[in-house]
Design a protein around this ligand. Structure first.
Ligand SMILES: [Ca+2]
Length: 538
């Protein structure tokens, strides 16, 4: 017993809590808000009102609450995706447990801690009721109530002082009310790439821990302490509006939304190579993020090998951890191809948010480290400055509520400008007199952007996004959005006609950051158009 109590003392407590926290928090992912204890089955007719009331919490939610749908289809679906989910969640648990393990291992002189087995078992939770919200987004919001009486197999092995102890998690029960958002919806099974979970109440988490066949939870006082700690910790982490995100499939398009901008100031280059037969070179810099389409170019500096540009550009950033800036210097020519003078690629990952960083890097011919052409010749160097400016977090509802309370409109008048995004989702019941081949024109500050033409369709869907990078707030501007129909090129008389329009003032989106609305079209009969607006400031 001496050994066991030593391990218990060293391992069981400090580590049991951390294990409990780690294991506990993910287990409530399949939270389930209903009592699991067996209902007493009696005919309802035998009950008086009071007994019925006492039993209320055992009546399925779809009976109590007509807007909870019965969800047999979802249980079937969950059964199909359960292996994916199990894998995704367990992978995440391993990742998230690692810091705890790294922290507690050395502290308690443990040689190793590892999951000997980590699976949530073959039995998925069972939904007993479900609310589904349609938000017009590419997402599905569910508020489920479900029971998880699964068969998880979670065993953690700890090695210390040459001995091995295993801890097994048993009798897991998790009760909670969750809001689950599946997004974005994608056209590959299981049809969404991320699950976002929030708790609507403090969860109830219950489980036992078996250590060497004995029950750790039998230690006086520990059980209650662990329960309470987990409940509070978990609530603190994931109580709505805080969320837990579980990636299910890697969908590159899912991560496409920009999270900020990188401001690049091209300052100067030195000792460039001479390209022109007569004179020096006429350098300009082309910059873009690797694997993106959009590029920007500086002005051309004529006949110099030490040009100064001092020009600033903004590029949208999707993932600052993985993306890189590519710089290419070309020699301008009046006639013929512009010859490349050198290039360089610099990752964004070293940038600290909102802090400008200056780089002076040598120019190379290409990024192949084995190419001798890169070392044989000095191509000069380029100096530039980069700043990563993340978009400000979208205000959560509490903030909006707080703003409404004190009457302030924080962020609504940002002098730094930001990014206006206009997504034309779809139109409904649009119809032309001579043809219905709709496309949409978005007019903003004298600029016009167009969607593609969809042939012979009264309910076209585009899901096309247009963005404007603005130096100032568009609060006093408006958008003019007009649906047109394009006739065939043979149709000389009725080449184009309007199917209706809407003018949208932008002060609301500046205030609310995001609006996703279906507008009735003017001059269109019953036509409607769904437009999503986002305003993100940096
Ligand atoms: Ca030239």
């Amino acid at each position: 017993m001496g050994v066991i109590s030593t391990i218990l003392g060293l391992v069981g407590f400090g580590w049991g809590i951390s294990l409990g926290l780690v294991v506990g928090y993910f287990l409530f992912i399949y939270l389930q808000p209903t009592e699991v204890k067996d209902p007493i089955i009696r005919s309802l007719g035998e009950m008086d009102a009071k007994s019925l009331e006492e039993l209320l919490h055992e009546i399925p939610l779809w009976v109590k609450n007509p807007d909870y749908d019965r969800v047999d289809w979802l249980n079937k679906f969950l059964k199909d995706i359960w292996p994916y989910l199990d894998k995704a969640i367990c992978k995440m648990v391993r990742q998230q447990a690692q810091p705890y393990i790294d922290q507690y291992g050395p502290k308690y002189k443990m040689d190793s801690i590892e999951f000997e087995s980590l699976t949530l078992g073959t039995l998925p939770p069972t939904f007993v009721g479900m609310k589904v919200y349609d938000t017009k987004e590419k997402e599905m919001i569910l508020e489920p109530s479900f029971k998880f009486a699964g068969n998880p197999n979670i065993i953690v092995a700890v090695k210390a002082f040459g001995l091995k102890a295993t801890v097994q998690l048993v009798d897991v029960q998790v009760f909670a009310t969750a809001r689950i958002t599946l997004k974005p919806l994608v056209p590959v099974f299981p049809c969404f790439s991320k699950i976002v979970v929030s708790l609507m109440d403090k969860p109830h988490v219950d489980f036992g821990l078996k250590l060497l066949g004995g029950d750790v939870m039998a230690i006086p006082g520990l059980y209650g302490f662990v329960q309470e700690t987990i409940r509070d910790q978990v609530a603190a982490m994931y109580m709505w509006p805080k969320t837990l995100e579980i990636p299910v499939i890697d969908d590159p398009s899912a991560a496409k939304r920009p999270v900020g901008i990188v401001e690049v100031k091209i300052i100067r280059a030195k000792n460039l190579v001479k390209k022109d037969f007569m004179g020096k070179s006429d350098p300009y810099v082309k910059l873009q993020l690797v694997n993106t389409v959009l590029s920007k170019t500086t002005r051309t500096k004529m006949s110099t090998l030490n040009p100064e540009w001092n020009e600033t550009f903004k590029l949208l950033v999707q993932d600052p951890k993985s993306q890189s800036l590519e710089l290419q210097i070309f020699d301008w020519e009046k006639i013929g191809a512009h010859e490349k003078m050198g290039m360089q690629i610099v990752p964004l990952k070293d940038l600290v948010e909102d802090q400008p960083k200056t780089y002076t890097v040598p120019l190379v011919k290409n990024m192949d480290p084995n190419d001798e052409a890169n070392t044989r010749k000095n191509r000069g160097e380029i100096t530039f400055e980069m700043t990563f400016k993340p978009f400000k977090e979208e205000d959560n509802n509490e903030d909006i509520a707080a703003e409404a309370m004190d009457g302030s409109q924080r962020g609504s008048d940002n002098p730094n400008g930001g990014l206006l995004s206009v997504t034309i989702h779809q139109a409904e019941e649009v119809e032309g007199k001579h043809h219905t081949n709709p496309f949409v024109e978005v007019h903003f500050r004298g600029e016009k952007k167009k969607t593609s033409v969809i042939k012979k369709n009264r309910d076209p869907r585009w899901d096309t996004e247009f963005t404007w990078d603005l130096a100032d707030s568009p609060a006093s501007d408006k958008l003019h959005i007009e649906v047109h129909s394009k006739g065939s090129s043979m149709n000389m008389v009725h080449r184009q006609e309007s199917l209706g329009y809407v003018d949208i003032p932008l002060n609301d989106v500046v205030k609310n950051k995001r609006i996703n609305e279906t507008y009735s079209l003017t001059d269109s009969g019953r036509g409607k158009i769904q437009v999503e607006l986002n305003w993100r400031t940096v």
